[in-house]
Design a protein around this ligand. Sequence first.
Ligand code: HDE
Length: 701
Amino acid sequence: MKARKSPAALKKTPKTTDEIGAGGELHQRVKGDHPALTTNQGTVVSDNQNSLRANPRGPTLLEDFILREKVMHFDHERIPERIVHARGSGAHGFFELTKSLDRYTTARVLTEVGVKTPIFTRISTVAGGSGSVDTPRDVRGFAIKFYTKEGNWDLVGNDVPVFFIQDAIKFPDLVHAVKMEPDRGFPQAASAHDNFWDFISLTPESMHMVMWIMSDRTIPRSLRMIEGFGVHSFRLIDAKGESTFVKFHWRPKLGLQSTIWDEAVKIAGADPDFHRRDLFEALSDGKTVEWEFAVQLFTQAEADAFPFDHLDATKLIPEELVPLQVIGRLVMNRWPDNFFAETEQVAFCPSHVVPGIDFSNDPLLQGRLFSYLDTQLSRLGSPNFHQLPVNAPQCPFANHQRDGHMQMGRPKGRVNYEPSSLAGDSPRESPIAGFRSAAVHEGGEPSDTRGRIRAESFADHYSQARQFYLSQTAHEQAHLASALVFELSKVEHPHVREAIVGHLRHIEAGLAGRVADGLGMATLPVAPKAAMPVQDLPPSPALQIIGKMKATLEGRAVAILVAEGSDGAIVAALKKAAVAAGAKVAIVAPKIGGATLADGSLLPADGQLAGTPSVMFDAVAIVLSAKAAKALCQEAAAIDFVRDAFGHLKAIAVDTGGVALLRHAGITGDAGVVNADDAKGFIAAAKLRYWDREASLRTLA
Ligand code: HDE
């Protein structure tokens, strides 16, 4: 074989990419004002294509410090992913207070109306690894870092208001049970397996959370359409040191919306990054994403009268009992510049609070106060993780902590201790302005003794689960029951399936019957002994999703399927109307190059039919010539396109060609199938989902 020329010789006479190695000549062709490529020590690199060799076909030399530095850095690019919530998407933005809570707290972030506090938010799935898909059935983490004038406040919540367990000591067991099984290394990002349901079947306190995770809340349409909850009770502290309990809520401006299970499964294949892409594209398009921030405030006396213990994270406080007060808004407006530096390295800790905000005695929260700081050490590798730009407070901060791995600061002066008298400018404590814990008496009753005890007031595991189920619409109840049938059908051990159905008997007899029937059980399993009688709490419509969906195309996506010979006027009218209504519109065609319309013009496509299924949209229009429709009747992707849109209860607009495709796919039509000539009618239809259609399409439990 002919030896290649030396790099120096090639630089002088670049001829073919083969001769110079991939990239060399191409680089030179790129226009722009490029800075010189250097090593991490600033030495300018002359050749980034070829390593240093003893002769053109000889061994690589150890002397090549440029190669060694580059590969060493690459070899260490990964840090441990989060043990839970590994897959997440982050964004910058601000929080603006609209109503002061100065009656309750001294925290300036909650008292200074109109002030915009910078924030970084990360929304995540829980169970999957960092490379897992965006749409498994899973809770979404909803973590916000407020860079306030008084220090960082991290509100690290979820998109459902309750949790699986009452005590932090159970968290490692819960997470081990839901993650992939240790002997086989699967399933990834899925709770539908024996270990999870085995643990749950033996943990009655999880039953309320089971209702939430089996509802469509855990298969959201978009990260922009989920609620957020601080979950635990916190305290606000006023200037006198008096405290009021508070629960935090986020409510999406776009309303709540979920997918249905079949849709979520297909989206996972069509676009594993569905949620991340949706958020990225919305922010890149200059849109903002907004939530209302609301609080529930209550006193100790009010808490004592609740029919549950608010310190128990498996319970929520119904809005009907303590109304939500909207006090501000959260706006996401900027995707991070760099995913790793910001979204991956951001370190949230529930223990990061500011003066005026304090913790409750919720034993789950208390455990979290320890855990998050601890995990940052193994993930980020240094107690100086707070110095990373995404984690650093945006207010002055100073103390006598020093040194450690990756110390970036250069604290000046002689004094690094306190008390001291040698320096007039060393940081000192501030008794008045500094953080003070709520002055609450923790003595308990004289008979109370120290011990590993679960309070009796935490013993009601079924009443709120029952309230949740009975608060849902009939469609949502059917989805919840079907989700249980799906998950439990993946469980190999019959006794685990039976144990879960036993718990359901305490929640609602009809639900237990539906699930038992769906699992093919001949008789209803025995219900376990309940620690206390189940209460009949009033239904709370605020727990629904369908009731909180907004009839809007804002934040939604519409596809128009075209092919050779489509009617351009119809397509243009539909597109114009959908864009005006706030939708993102994509033209989908059999070929990515687009389609020549009936008038001879070329309509470019945004997506190719086989790679852009209808699961990626909220409504679709099918505009086809008779000839193209005939051809597409032989095309599985086209038939799936309309069948899935119909099966996922979406509006479909059709012209005569579209009707032919629908007929071929066996779709007869209903109120959600409208004429493509009528753009206005399509927009009205596209804002809704056709829940009644479902009964004719699939067997729900
Ligand atoms: Fe977490 N959780 N958690 N968690 N959690 C973590 O912290 C933990 C819990 C939540 O986007 C970890 O930095 C314990 C409830 C979110 O970076 C870890 C307990 C709620 C995120 C940890 C809980 C959450 C985490 C993993 C039981 C809702 C992602 C990496 C006492 C209110 C934050 C990390 C982000 C992350 C521990 C329970 C929400 C291991 C011990 C309840 C949103 O520290």
